[in-house]
Design a protein around this ligand. Sequence first.
Ligand SMILES: NC(=O)c1ccc[n+]([C@@H]2O[C@H](COP(=O)([O-])OP(=O)(O)OC[C@H]3O[C@@H](n4cnc5c(N)ncnc54)[C@H](O)[C@@H]3O)[C@@H](O)[C@H]2O)c1
Ligand SMILES: O=C(O)[C@H](O)COP(=O)(O)O
Length: 526
Amino acid sequence: MPKVLISDKMDPKAAQIFRERGIEVDEITGKTKDELIAIIGGYDGLAIRSATKVTKEVLAAATNLKVVGRAGIGVDNVDIPAASAAGVVVMNTPFGNSITTAEHAIALMFALARQLPEADASTQAGKWEKNRFMGVELTAKTLGLIGAGNIGSIVADRALGLKMKVIAYDPFLTAERALELGVEKVELDQLLARADFITLHTPLTDQTRNILSREALAKAKKGVRIINCARGGLVDEVALKEGLDSGHIGGAALDVFVEEPAKASPLFGTPNFISTPHLGASTTEAQVNVAIQVAEQMADFLIAGGVTNALNMPSLSAEEAPKLKPYMALAERLGSLLGQLAGDAIRGVAIEVEGAAAELNQKPITGAVLAGLMRVYSDTVNMVNAPTLARERGLDVREVRHDREGDYHTLVRVSAETAEGPRSVAGTLFGNGAPRLVEIFGIKVEADLAGPMLYIVNEDAPGFIGRLGTTLGQAGVNIGTFHLGRRAAGGEAVLLLSVDTAVDEALLADLRALPGVRTVHALRFG
Ligand SMILES: NC(=O)c1ccc[n+]([C@@H]2O[C@H](COP(=O)([O-])OP(=O)(O)OC[C@H]3O[C@@H](n4cnc5c(N)ncnc54)[C@H](O)[C@@H]3O)[C@@H](O)[C@H]2O)c1
Ligand SMILES: O=C(O)[C@H](O)COP(=O)(O)O
């Protein structure tokens, strides 16, 4: 039974779903890094929010981990390259808390416009400072969005409802989408020059870090009010403080900070500064949404192999997964066969599908081929890290889908460019879904690829099979299955034998010394 650790505060629905789906679950929150490292080895899945840091060290200790599920959007607390390298799928729930976060940005915009926190504190202190708090209307003001993705779009929609003019800086926003959203697409400098309010809704990346830098803030319109409900690090906090002190910036509201938890900041206590402790996603509705989504997604993956909203792997629905499973087994074996036979010599690989296979999502088939192929380089390779490993090795990967009907109802062919020229293997599925090799390097065969095997190329001549059987028999190696293919009688023959025990180097040398033998390879599958 798979086991999941929930390591951040999460709605109880998550644990309930895991249990209902037959997954054992522990809820242990507030652990330090070292405490997490001490226990993570016992889990197949890790469900988190933003507090748990899934670092390289945590992943190194997570020897059974298959999936990290983020109940929320931002995954900057997960080392995704390290997770990919470790073969761990990372998923998030990209929409579950978007409305809630957009509403928080709008709430902070109102709070800034009318100085609500300060007015509240003053009134409750018995001061009744009616003349101190003069606000501004939002109607007809210009809102500058930095980032117009899921949350930015919802903020735009709400702001338009408030009769604001909305302009957006987002290099990936198309003209059509801007039109659809009712926003004007602008460059950052234009946004800074025109916006009365600026809200940030981008991830933290190398391009967005410090996007509101000291220089950018200096270009902003005097009196601008800034809201950040996205990620700490998008705004230069020191320059923001100076801008608030000088009055160049009329107000700022931060839900997120460079250092979190932000227990101290030079910004605290600054007039016209409002802060909340990373509450963007904190509504009952959003937390229920993300808890349900993350648990369903992780359970689909751990139980059925379905992949949804993964950041380091192509999607595969829980409905598709069972259909693809036998193909992935076939693809992995074909990749493994090529990898074992051609290994280092492979420069590029083409994965072709035809017949029933051409109707399916090809990405998982490709991932499985690469996983099989790359296993000669690393024992820990799987569908998640194989594409990265392939890229690192400079392998050129091509996918081809054929409409044609071939000899088989379904076929997967893997062809590799090797130093010795092109090499190709192909396989099909039998009626019961059993993978079968049907062609190897242009020679028709029909073989299972399982357990220890021998691949032998020899000159097709009488007496060879007898000599081979005798040599194996004298070494105590029992033949399980025997598959023979040849181009033409008396030409080159290919033998694929399954053997009950692995063949050692000494026996391989004896086999290579048999008359007529051209190549002998020991193979292993599964
Ligand atoms: N405060 C919270 O609790 C909270 C809650 C949810 C999400 N978030 C954060 O909000 C942010 C936005 O989330 P989302 O769901 O809208 O993400 P999204 O991926 O839907 O949108 C991000 C947008 O940023 C744009 N972008 C990327 N690079 C950019 C750049 N250099 N300049 C301008 N725009 C750029 C993208 O094109 C995209 O449209 C994320 O950082 C997320 O982690 C915070
Ligand atoms: O990216 C997110 O989804 C938000 O930052 C929410 O983070 P949280 O789950 O820790 O509230």
